[in-house]
Write a protein that binds this ligand. Sequence first.
Ligand code: ATP
Ligand code: MG
Ligand code: MG
Ligand code: MG
Length: 487
Amino acid sequence: PGNSANQIRQQFIDFFVQKAGHAAVPSSPVVPHDDPTLLFTNAGMNQFKDVFLGTGSRDYTRAVDTQKCIRAGGKHNDLDDVGKDSYHHTFFEMLGNWSFGDYFKQEAIDWAWELLTSEEWWGLDPERLHATYFEGDASEGLDPDLEARDMWLKHLPADHVHPGNKKDNFWEMGDTGPCGPCSELHYDRSPDKSGGSLVNADGQDTVVEIWNLVFIQFNRQQSGGLVPLPAKHVDTGMGFERIVRVLQGKTSNYDTDVFTPIFAAIQKVTGAKPYDGGEDTLSNPIDTAYRVIADHIRALTFALSDGAHCGNKGRDAVLRTILRRAVRFGHQTLGVTEPFFYKLVPAVVELMGDVFPEIGPAAEAVAKELEEEEIAFRATLERGIVIFDKALEGLSSGQTLDGETAFDMEATYGFPFSLTQVMADERGLTVDQAGYDQAKAKHAEISKGEGGGADAKASLVELVQQNDLPKTDFTGYGQTEAMGVET
Ligand code: ATP
Ligand code: MG
Ligand code: MG
Ligand code: MG
């Protein structure tokens, strides 16, 4: 079998259709218009939530699909990792096979193993695979999942089957909803296959999680309690970009044909030097900018095509933050002085429009909105960077920028706190989050009272006057502007 990204996606679907009569179903929108508990679709199971809860049904009991997901804001928020590592995206595809009260653990585990390792399918080296199972949690009366452990032991030696805690091996969609113990597969790319101790270790990409098999059995209640569901289900999620990387023998998701055509478009549109992708790619600022921009144009193209917008509340605010993050990397790191981000929409459509036909017809409107957003933000950004540099004068690596200044930058000059944090981080500085929260609370108090807003801190006002900078008329930053956006 060939191993282009498009072929790999299709092979996953074919396997479950041919092997075991799964119905191939389309992705649901990445913007969950009908679920107010959710910012974005964050997993394949979202569209089947009603089936798991027993309140809805489908005319099939087995399904297979690829689901458009965004993990930014909300319970699963990966935005801060994007660009810095090789395997977390804001937007990604989650491949999944599903059983609705039909088959359970045994089949799910055996089919996953067959697809990954059998020579007719993906033929991965079993010595590079590790499986995990839920170790149990006495405080919730949950037993260790020894059933799953024993099933894996039929395929793998004992030192490749690991217990895992609630954080890694008990999957929950959000604060409430369907959930259950899970078993995951991890791929070890270390030269001598010695990476076993790195399973589920953060901050490394030698052993990376590729597939989560969730055994849905409970509903998490508002009160925090677990209630058993009327039936047991299988919900699996495999990171498409991650399996493509593994099957194409790469060390980064970004070295695959999921991303290289977008990198080519970024290079063309920005005139920056090409993506390097060498040994030190994760600490190379130009490469980081490429990864951020490529990731973010995918997220925005898909979210806007599915009917979301940039704005200052809830999911719209998250999208605006993502856009601004991309623009800032283009502006500051790649030195692009003109709006450029919207020009990347056609590259995404060209690459993915066949699989996701909704993005082609939306492309023109999406690009227009992105261009307008970028123009508005650039005005803010230019002012903000000057103010930021001034505020940092005299501070050196390891020191802290005071929270009040960070708040003033946001409230008075429209410079988002999330950007201040990122920019401070890049210079080895931290920002006083507690001080920021306090300043923000105080501001809210004062605004509520006399009908007048709090004035910016004198020193910053002076800074602006000295530099003859115009104040922004931007007043839209509310509670949701910073990245801690919750639904
Ligand atoms: P990780 O521990 O790597 O953050 P996760 O445990 O949060 O992943 P799950 O919720 O189990 O991920 O989702 C199922 C699968 O989706 C993962 O095994 C992984 O392959 C993929 N995945 C999860 N988050 C991302 C992401 N941000 N970008 C790309 N793929 C992802
Ligand atoms: Mg995660
Ligand atoms: Mg994980
Ligand atoms: Mg997981």
